[in-house]
Write a new protein. Structure first.
Length: 583
């Protein structure tokens, strides 16, 4: 295959940057990485033909710094930019800036990104295409009375959603009329904090739906290709944990219908390049509703690649370059079953608390039917500032159970020391009867799994407050027999916590210096629970800070009066920022 561009800049980090660079290498496209001060020795920076520092660690200063990224592309004479997912991938202004700089944007048209970014506009596009959406309001609602009359007509429960939203932010379920006022205010506040717009709309709420999504490609000639679905129902707090393709819940006729619906919506907006239409599948396994469209390559794209044998990133590059794809809808068929587990540096035994740290030992699984997409290696550090994903393990097989068993094998082979990961959760999930039978839904992880079964014994790195230790695995031989032993070794430079820490609730952080309550990490304030002048006790929640996809309650570090309050909902704060003064 010929090179479609001479050189391409990847505006991302970690596994997805590596994934895009691999697709480039496969067709002879040179790559340029960008990296922040924290990523000087990151795999993605080393793998690229050239790497350019675009600024300090905080994303706003580097991976979200549009002028610095465009400048890096010009300086390196890149012809195109691929945004990966996250960061600037769905930012229409960035896409436009890339195009205005005379570069090729490997993604959809900026206007289409903006249309689909507005959830009510996306619903309207689906309706125009003759695709069902969940019964709901066509526009944002203006007050509680409008919600009441919707409830009178459609009944309860209902869902309140952010118009500019997605990913569960500004999402509320209302089960009783008395809850409307508060839910409406809460959703609007969250929508303002995350999307800078308080607009929310209403839908009928479906109980226990499955989350089914359909990959599409709009090619350079205007044709839309759609792929067999991914089932992404196994998630927790709107973070996907396991995805598979095909869904165990879809009959072939429903598959055909949902693929066609995705193609119609995409066609309606003239979609080009890779995108994903999300649907909710009702408990009957037949009725589905268009939810929203993601105008980017998604984390879970590999399950579609392994189920169909088609390289989606390669397709993105060809489309952006105006080249023919070399395959058509008739060539898209299910050739295997594929499952993906997202391995995050999070502790599933402690409410999936982010567990950044250094990978003191790291060995990836491999073998038949196993693919690992990662951007890390031994001794790499997972910084607190970035997404805590370590890797994606994707397995495939002739049938679902072969893929599932291979996943259990791969998870057992995976050796990660130094950070806690979601692997114990995945081993439990993949062996669980609900997964084995395929009978799961969007509430399964949060409402039905007993995560208490995840023991603390699995390769446990120390917790805050523990003496500093490392775990080491040894193989020893005694009288001709091999034994594996795991030793927790106390480091010479052990620093004991200065005083015993008070017990903490998961996701709650107390931290102060003198009279000042300090932000322990960078993030966004989503809620403030006190006013200046309030009397608080030590341990009272002052505000809620969202960081690393977790809501953390910041607790008063001492009793007193809140003399000065420096934050309000929606505000971004840096690590060490003064939140409040308590005297
Ligand atoms: C819904 C729903 C039920 N009914 N809408 C949550 C985030 C947003 N992107 C869509 N979400 C939902 N919308 C109606 N009308 C249930 C969810 C939902 C969900 C959707 C997909 C994947 C996981 C989920 C977990 C909880 C709720």
């Amino acid at each position: 295959m010929t090179a479609v561009f001479k050189r391409l800049l990847v505006a991302n980090r970690g596994e997805i940057a590596v994934r895009v660079m691999r697709a480039c290498s496969d067709i002879g496209v040179e790559t340029v990485a960008i990296y922040s001060d924290l990523d000087v020795s990151a795999v993605h920076a080393r793998l690229a033909d050239r790497a350019i520092n675009v600024g300090p660690g905080p994303p706003a200063d580097s991976y979200l710094n549009i002028p610095a990224i465009i400048e890096a592309a010009k300086r390196s004479e890149a012809a195109a930019i691929h945004p990966g997912y996250g960061f600037l991938a769905e930012n229409g202004d960035f896409a436009q800036a890339v195009i205005d700089a005379g570069l090729v944007w490997v993604g959809p048209q900026p206007e289409v990104m903006r249309t689909m970014g507005d959830k009510t506009a996306a619903r309207a596009a689906a309706a125009d295409a003759g695709v069902a959406t969940v019964p709901g309001t066509a526009r944002p609602v203006t007050g509680a009375d409008e919600v009441l009359s919707f409830a009178a007509e459609h009944g309860l429960p209902l869902a309140i959603k952010a118009s500019a939203g997605g990913g569960g932010k500004g999402f509320r379920v209302v089960r009783a009329e008395s809850e409307i006022e508060e839910a409406l205010a809460g959703a609007a506040r969250e929508a303002q904090a995350y999307f800078s717009s308080p607009a929310v709309y209403i839908e009928r709420y479906l109980e226990r739906p499955r989350h089914i999504e359909v990959q599409v490609l709009g090619d350079a000639s205007g044709a839309i290709l759609s792929f067999p679905e991914r089932d992404c129902s196994l998630q927790r707090r709107h973070q996907k944990l396991v995805e598979e393709s095909p869904s165990p819940a879809l009959q072939p006729a429903v598959r055909e219908a949902i693929m066609e619906a995705a193609a119609r919506v995409s066609k309606q907006v003239g979609y080009r390049n890779a995108g994903t239409c999300e649907f909710l599948l009702d408990a009957d396994g037949k009725t589905f509703y268009f939810l929203e469209m993601n105008t980017r390559l998604q984390v879970e794209h590999p399950v579609t690649e392994l189920a169909t044998g088609i390289d989606l990133v390669n397709a993105q590059l060809l489309i952006a370059a105006g080249e023919p794809l070399g395959f058509s809808q008739d060539d898209i068929a299910l050739k295997a079953h594929a499952i993906e587990c997202r391995i995050n540096a999070e502790d599933p035994a402690r409410n999936f608390m982010p567990a950044p740290g250094t990978l003191t030992a790291y060995h990836e699984p491999s073998g038949p039917g196993v693919r690992v997409d990662s951007g890390l290696e031994q001794n790499a550090t997972i910084p607190q500032l970035y997404d805590p994903m370590v890797a994606k393990v994707i397995t495939y097989g002739a049938g679902r159970d072969e893929a599932r068993r291979r996943m259990l094998r791969a998870l057992a082979e995976y050796r990660i020391e130094g950070v806690r990961t979601t692997i114990p959760f995945h081993r439990l999930m993949l062996a669980d009867d609900r997964f084995v039978t395929g009978e799961y839904h969007t509430g399964t992880v949060e409402r039905e799994m007993d995560l208490g079964a995840i023991s603390e014994t699995s390769a446990s790195p120390p917790r805050p407050g523990d003496p500093e230790t490392v775990l080491r695995d040894f193989e020893i031989e005694v009288e001709g027999k091999r034994f594996s032993v795991r030793v927790r070794e106390r480091l010479d430079s052990t620093v004991m916590a200065k005083k015993p820490r008070p017990p903490k609730k998961a996701g709650a952080v107390a931290g102060g210096a003198g009279e000042t309550l300090i932000a322990p990490m960078q993030g966004t304030i989503v809620k403030v629970l006190v006013n200046e002048g309030d009397q608080v006790e030590a341990g009272d929640t002052i505000c809620v800070l969202e960081a690393m996809k977790m809501e953390n309650s910041l607790l008063a570090h001492e009793a007193g009066v809140v003399e000065k309050l420096n934050v309000s909902p929606g505000q971004a704060v840096d690590t060490g920022a003064a939140i409040a003064t308590i005297k």
